[in-house]
Ligand binder design. Structure first.
Ligand code: NDP
Ligand code: MG
Ligand code: MG
Length: 330
């Protein structure tokens, strides 16, 4: 079983006399910076002066400076800008100030794991990652609790890198819910696999294939949308709160029997073979390489796929129905 750290297992000793620079003030940056500041830690925020975040962070009461100044001043540099822009910003504005004994910290292992950021040998490399979007990280903290999180140490130069990561996790409120110790490799590879196979890739293709099957068979697109997409939330909420077993107990016996007897015809041996291949591409770096080249080329494939996805009938039908349900305005 994994190791889980709670509030009582962690102190602020390794971080309380250090300056923590949060680089970026988006979804995670804002939430994590505010939580750590409210926990009494010394937080500064590093941003580009021309960006929209600059004034937002000042308004929230932070000490704001350029990325370079923040990287120079801080003992811990916590990088929370989008993963694709991290390597360039790191190289130009952070690396020159990453002197011996400092800690470079992330909320996702991608750039370190795939070697797109290569810090010098004499610094700590750590991860503190909330298992939830920034807005939830802030909201649950203000309510007196926190979302669960992960910590990992890729390199422990000073001997207390794990205590530093855990101190930050405590400051963000993650140890209130529980923090799991993992590795950069495990976090990165499972994250990519989950989003490709289930959360983003698998689920959308399942919905679209089922929607198209009904529409092609002559059923009303509105009915198809309700049954193959809209109602998914009810099932996912049940699974989220009560697990797979709890979901089965809450649907009709007909749904349970039909689901249990038919599901392996949809997700079959071939699907599992594809999952294994996708995992292999993540593990051997082929996916990361492809994604880097795609970005270098200006994301032509991504843009084409985005266009196709937007033009699908399910988007038109969905927009109308969500308006009808009061879920979406104009
Ligand atoms: P965002 O897309 O919300 O980050 C936007 C922020 O980055 C803005 O403050 C923006 O400032 C700043 N920024 C962008 N480019 C630059 C630049 N060139 N120089 C300086 N600042 C810049 O990122 P997220 O919060 O979504 O993700 C941050 C990290 O957290 C990633 O590693 C991600 O994988 C990880 N993570 C994210 C989760 C999430 O729920 N979103 C969950 C768990 C981990 P400006 O206003 O100037 O554009
Ligand atoms: Mg991800
Ligand atoms: Mg039904």
């Amino acid at each position: 079983m994994v190791k889980i750290f709670y509030d009582k297992d962690v102190t602020f000793d390794a971080v309380k006399d250090k300056t923590i620079a949060v680089i970026g003030y988006g979804s995670q940056g804002r939430a994590q910076a505010l939580n750590m500041k409210d926990s009494g830690l010394n937080v500064i925020v590093g941003l580009r002066p021309e960006g929209a975040s600059w004034n937002k962070a000042i308004k929230d009461g932070h000490t704001v400076m350029t990325v370079e100044e923040a990287a120079e001043k801080a003992d811990i540099i916590h990088i929370l800008i989008p993963d694709e822009v991290q390597p360039a910003v790191y190289k130009k504005q952070i690396e020159p100030h990453l002197t011996e004994g400092k800690t470079i910290s992330f909320s996702h292992g991608y750039n370190i794991h795939y070697g797109l950021i290569k810090p010098p040998e004499n610094v700590n490399i750590t991860m503190v990652a909330p298992k939830g979007p920034g807005a939830m990280v802030r909201k649950t903290f203000e309510e007196g609790f926190g979302v669960p999180g992960l910590v990992a140490v890729e390199r422990d130069y000073t001997g207390d890198a794990l205590q530093i990561a855990l101190g930050m996790a405590k400051g963000i409120g993650l140890t209130r819910a529980g923090v799991i110790e993992t590795t950069f490799r495990e976090e990165t590879e499972t994250d990519l696999f989950g989003e490709q196979v289930v959360l983003c890739g698998g689920v959308t293709e399942l919905i679209k294939a089922a929607f198209e099957t009904l529409v092609e068979a002559g059923y009303a697109p509105e009915m198809a949308y309700f049954e193959t997409c809209h109602e998914l939330k009810l099932i996912v909420d049940l699974i989220y709160q009560k697990g797979l077993q709890g979901m089965w107990e809450n649907v009709s016996n007909t749904a349970e029997y039909g689901g249990l007897t038919r599901r392996k015809r949809v997700i079959n041996e071939e699907s599992r073979k594809a999952m294994k291949e996708i995992l292999k591409e993540i593990q051997d770096g082929r996916f990361a390489k492809e994604w880097s080249l795609e970005n270098v080329a200006g994301a032509p494939q991504l843009n084409a796929l985005r266009r196709l996805e937007k033009e699908h009938l399910i988007e038109k039908v969905g927009k109308e129905l969500r308006k009808m349900c009061g879920l979406e305005k104009e």
